[in-house]
Design a protein around this ligand. Structure first.
Ligand SMILES: [Fe+2]
Length: 309
């Protein structure tokens, strides 16, 4: 790849689209994408909880929004699933007892294959570990390899009663390592996409943060993009950019949205990440402007509010 390459990836997450509900988030996502497209970017990464209820309507809404913005293309967009895309959500207190039973009955493989079928354009040119499993996969765009994982843990009434747990699995990384080698991609810059990020500390079963970071370094992963916890964070740990975009649109605000901007600089061989905010003008909102909106009305431009790495 060219050492002159600068690749700009927009990272959002947890869009929780639910077209049949009032809290549908579609209008927020459309506004965010329009503003990001005005500025220009190379690739869009969405790290799970694409839908709120694991339904076809949510997937189709995302497909239509991406198509409407010229982003329903493998070289423009990459997505991975979140727990809401597989198991859906508890729909009120009366659902609390029923939800675990529904989760136990979900065929995870079918849900993942349905996601790949509806958003099939985004998987063109991807290489899979197994033809029956849409995740993990590797896809290379402009010389940068995107690794897409399903980080959701299997349902368990003991350890995963509400089906929200998960993490980056080392067996997936081992498989991806073999795949990268066989494809001659080991030396490419790599971005890993997963719904669940690395654990925040190294304690407990399945929470070996240092071991995981070491394995990611061995694979040459330069950036880990994730969501799940609805907050925006970005920074560098042991040379790896780690960014969460969980509060992109599902953030309690009516007209302030966020994304992470992840730039790969081929001259330096480095990723860097910035947190960005976008405010919707008052005339385009429902009149429910929040506190943050007032602060952003003055300029209403994309601005960098913090930088990690
Ligand atoms: Fe979420």
């Amino acid at each position: 790849m060219s050492k002159e390459l600068v690749m700009r990836t927009i990272h959002i997450s947890d869009t929780h689209l639910q077209p049949l509900s009032r809290r549908r988030n579609s209008d927020k996502l459309e506004f965010l994408l329009r503003r990001a497209l005005d500025e220009g970017f190379d690739h869009l990464a969405i790290t799970g909880d694409l839908t709120n209820n694991a339904d076809l309507e949510g997937l189709r809404a995302l497909r239509d929004i991406l198509r409407g913005h010229g982003l329903l293309r493998s070289d423009r967009t990459t997505v991975v699933p979140g727990n809401h895309d597989i198991f859906g959500t508890v729909k009120g207190v009366s659902d609390l007892l029923r939800f675990p039973l529904l989760c136990a009955a979900v065929n995870v493989g079918d849900r993942l294959r349905r996601l790949r079928d509806v958003l099939g354009d985004l998987f063109e040119g991807a290489t899979f570990l197994s033809p029956d499993r849409p995740f993990p996969f590797v896809k290379t765009v402009q010389g940068v390899s995107f690794i897409g994982l399903n980080s959701n843990a299997a349902y368990s009434k003991i350890t995963n009663l509400f089906a929200s747990q998960g993490g980056i699995k080392t067996e997936d990384l081992d498989g991806i390592g073999r795949l990268l080698e066989s494809q001659g991609l080991s030396s490419r810059p790599k971005i890993l996409l997963a719904h669940h990020g690395p654990p925040k500390n190294g304690r407990g079963r399945g929470r070996d943060r240092e071991g995981l970071l070491q394995r990611l370094r061995e694979l040459g992963v330069g950036a880990v993009l994730h969501g799940h916890i609805h907050e925006m964070t970005g920074g560098r740990r042991d040379g790896i950019v780690i960014a969460n975009a969980g509060a992109s649109v599902d953030n309690g605000e009516t007209d302030v949205f966020h994304f992470n901007e992840v730039v790969y600089d081929g001259r330096l061989g480095l990723f860097r990440v910035s947190l960005r905010r976008v405010a919707r003008p008052a005339e385009q909102t429902s009149g429910l402007s929040g506190r943050l909106t007032a602060r952003w009305k003055a300029g209403n431009k994309l601005q960098t509010v913090c930088e990690g790495g």
